[in-house]
Design a protein around this ligand. Structure first.
Ligand code: SF4
Length: 253
């Protein structure tokens, strides 16, 4: 199947079945989204949603963050991952927003990345969600799922994945495609053992196609070897049988 066809099926499927996917982080302003996304690095959205209500109450805007310090911010976010670093980032981010950007969240991806704690992924989330820019943030789920489905080829870095997705996805789907890929990766196309047996994308997924082909070849090879008396071939058959059994248990296919 051509790459362009996979993209078409991907967009058609999700547009029809998940027309309103959005972030699971809770926020009510661009400032709150920026804080929540910075906090969410290497942490779960569920955990972030537990700490942000009190955090946003105490620090409702960049000015209040700027007037505080990392020590106080830490007390509100101690249960998230890397709280020391994140507290320092938030304090620095508040100060820079006030001193350099007049308290406003910048819309430019490069300007956003000047803020402490903001890498390209976070900058793309803000640019795309807040400013409707043609950008897509690539996190671990987007990276993995795009690659498995076959939306990307030979893309070994998040930036390479981002470039291919921006090139092939219709511009008006970039923001929502980010959430489609994240949610699919979080609940079905999980990292260690993708749940292909319940996945609705098998018919255009490259990974599934490859796994099916490999398994069919292994089965054919095993069938041939079962007739042999050659000890070496019997050993090889044993290995193949184990691999087939593993695939069956993993329910990969
Ligand atoms: S078929 Fe499997 S590998 Fe492909 S997207 Fe679905 S879960 Fe992921």
């Amino acid at each position: 199947m051509l790459k362009a066809e996979r993209y078409r099926h991907f967009v058609e499927y999700f547009s029809k079945n998940q027309p309103s996917a959005e972030t699971e982080l809770h926020y009510s302003s661009p400032y709150e989204l920026l804080v929540a996304v910075i906090l969410s690095a290497q942490c779960t959205d569920k955990r972030i949603n537990q700490v942000t209500p009190a955090l946003f109450k105490r620090f409702p805007n960049a000015a209040s963050l700027a007037a505080s310090d990392a020590g106080e911010i830490f007390t509100y976010i101690r249960s998230v991952s890397y709280p020391n670093n994140k507290a320092k980032h938030l304090a620095g981010m508040g100060k820079m927003l006030m001193e350099v950007f007049g308290g406003e969240i910048p819309s430019d991806i490069n300007e956003l990345q000047r803020l402490p704690g903001v890498g390209r992924k976070t900058a793309n989330v803000i640019a795309s969600v807040v400013f409707d820019a043609p950008a897509i943030a690539v996190d671990t789920h987007v990276f993995r799922v795009s690659n498995r489905i076959g939306l990307t080829t030979r893309a070994t870095t998040p930036l390479a994945v981002e470039k291919q997705l921006v090139q092939y996805l219709p511009q008006n789907t970039l923001a929502i495609a980010h959430h489609w890929l994240i949610l699919h990766g979080r609940y079905i196309c999980v990292a260690r053992s993708p749940k292909c047996e319940i996945c609705p994308l098998t018919w255009f997924c490259k990974y599934y196609e490859q796994q099916n082909t490999e398994t069919a070849l292994l089965r054919a090879e095993a069938a041939k070897m079962r007739k042999t008396k050659d000890a070496k071939k019997k050993k090889a058959l044993n290995t193949i049988s184990k691999e087939l059994a593993k695939r069956s248990v993993d329910k990969d296919i």
